[in-house]
Design a protein around this ligand. Sequence first.
Ligand code: NOJ
Length: 747
Amino acid sequence: MKRNVTAVALALLTLAASAKQGVDPEMDKFINDLMGRMTLKERIGQLNLGGVGTPKVVGSAKGLDKAVKEGLVSSIGGFDPVAAEDVQRFAEDSMRVFIPMITGLDVVHGYYTTFPIPLGSSSSWNLGLLEESARVAAREATAFGINWTFAPMVDISRDPRWGRVAEGAGEDPYLGSLVAQAMVRGYQGDDLSDGETIMACTKHLVLYGASEAGRDYNTVSMDDVTAYNYFLPTYKAAFDAGAGSGMTSFNVVNGVPTTGNRKVMTELLRDQWGFDGFIVSDANAIAEMIEHGVGGPQEVAEMAINAGTDMDMSASLYVACLEKSVAEGRVGEEVINTACRRVLEAKYKLGLLKNPWLYYKNKDKRKEIVLSPGNLDVARRLARESVVLLKNSDKVLPLKPVKKIAVVGPMGQERAELLGCWSYGMSADTMSTFVEALAREVGPDTEVVYSQGSNWTEQPAIYKQGGEHPSDSLLMQAVKDVADADLIIATVGEPAVWSGEAHNLTNPDLAEAQKKLLYAMKETGKPVVVALFSGRPLVIEDIDKDFSTILQAWHGGTMAAEALADILTGKEAPSGKLTSTWPRNVGQIPLYYNALRTGRPYSGFWATTKYIDSTNDPLYPFGYGLSYNEYKYDNLRADKLQAKGEGDRIRVTVDVTNLGSMPGKEIVQLYVNDPVAKISRPVMELKDFAKIELAPGETRQVSFDVTPDKLKYYDSELKYGWDAGEFNIFVGPDSRKVEKLAVKWDK
Ligand code: NOJ
């Protein structure tokens, strides 16, 4: 590192400003020394992320050279590892006080080895496997110099129209929190400076998943009780697990864009939750505050830094405006210093300040590290456990030996489409199509043929509408091609680009062209397996009514094809369960399981005033998913039905038996309900679960400890606590099929 620096008399000033000093005196000393040698301009430079937002690295060394040399770039988006490395080298050679860059990227569900989209992988409810997937992602990404991921996205959402439901873990704050923590542990490991771990970034702060009508970037309007009980816990959980950074969201909270919202960025995150890492704005979000109508460039930059947003992602407004703001007294220099210290602490914790080239230590091993057999195995296992069997009423699955299987539908011969949103396609060439994987899995005695049958859609408003041939002619061909097949597998749903950022749908139905294909296949009288691929819950009430065999395979990543073939052939029984409610129709949205009761009618789940044209209940409820086995739940009991005080616990036990003929995994779920409380409480809330393995015929006792912690909630004064009195505890295989135990808990 270069130290050809003139001492600047800033040491005292910078010492005064502290993120949270005293925890690591060695780090404090190192950073005090460093900041003491930096000018105000250079300290502001540490608050600038150059880059993310263009397809290649924004910083080829060339484009960024002036800014880098002047110390005005702190971190870069690393889409192109060669360019990112060039920037680092250029920085080392040219900066007056060299401070290594953080290299960030959206490593959302893997880097080379791609895992199922997060909504899919959350359906595994397998926290250990999720953690492993993040570990793999970190190891692959760090080999390319990336040391910061813009993940996990932990936004709770109740709206399948929103394209970004794909990126989260569904609608439940309890499960969502555990998934968030597993991902943070996986990314960051035990030692953030070992060169093979990456800093996590909890996003999007806050409430981003509740945009009106699923319109991305749009208005959020929410009461505090709802926010604190359902939408905020996942962010806090990720920070509690040690996530080193957080990202603002594009929406407003109480009318104020979050990026400039001091109540959120400072009072909630830091004062209430004790978060001491750094906050980066979402891409260009500081500049977008101008569009929100809260000021011009100078004002919004000041609003953001004073709110507690430490780093400006790609708007370049901090470097353009903040020196002036300090000179004119609207931003205190200590505010800049605190933000700068937080960024430098992150760099220190990442090991960068001591070794700028730490994340290039595995450069020569890239080929062995990425897509290794071990990594692919994690991807295959996670993809299998993400598949949710929605219907199997004719017991068509697992597949029985047949002579000929016809695969139809637009996903059958795709590779990159299987990867889903936020993937870089880097494994696409090595991947199998579903047709290839299935043919391998069923072996030479079964012929597997493919006929596309339809395009993704013929609707002009949607991406990827047409292919070379119109859907009608593909359909006519398919009807001929399937004529002598024994069974049809229809691979339908959405291509990757229909979900993800800014890709919302007003109607997440199956496209008309694909429906036509399905019904034409049904007409043949042959068994039809509907294999759905999508980045969101789909609205498929008609398909559910008319087809006996349906499974949801999401966008399953690098090993999606193999994993689905494993499930269909019965190599492994499906075990995934939905982490978001699937509505019957768009009009029901938002529909979620942890809803409040209403006064009319006064009992029963889903008991609100009825629609005239639809029932209120969902098509598939939260927690739902079938297996090839049946699991019997029996003998729900508690060691006592009355408890007293904060320290007490009730142990609830249920016997679960595998009545089927395959080994299988079952997700046993525990919910609670507080029938009389200070405020109206949901009909039920998930508070525990266990994913267990059962051999055929095996019975296992599954026990859960219920403690007052599981009964707590934020009341209308935002006080967190629990009420004495009666509680209902529910246990079952999903949120609807539950048995109840009534217990009493005194204070
Ligand atoms: C905007 C997205 O909202 C955010 O999730 C992402 O991390 C950044 N762009 C950077 O790519």
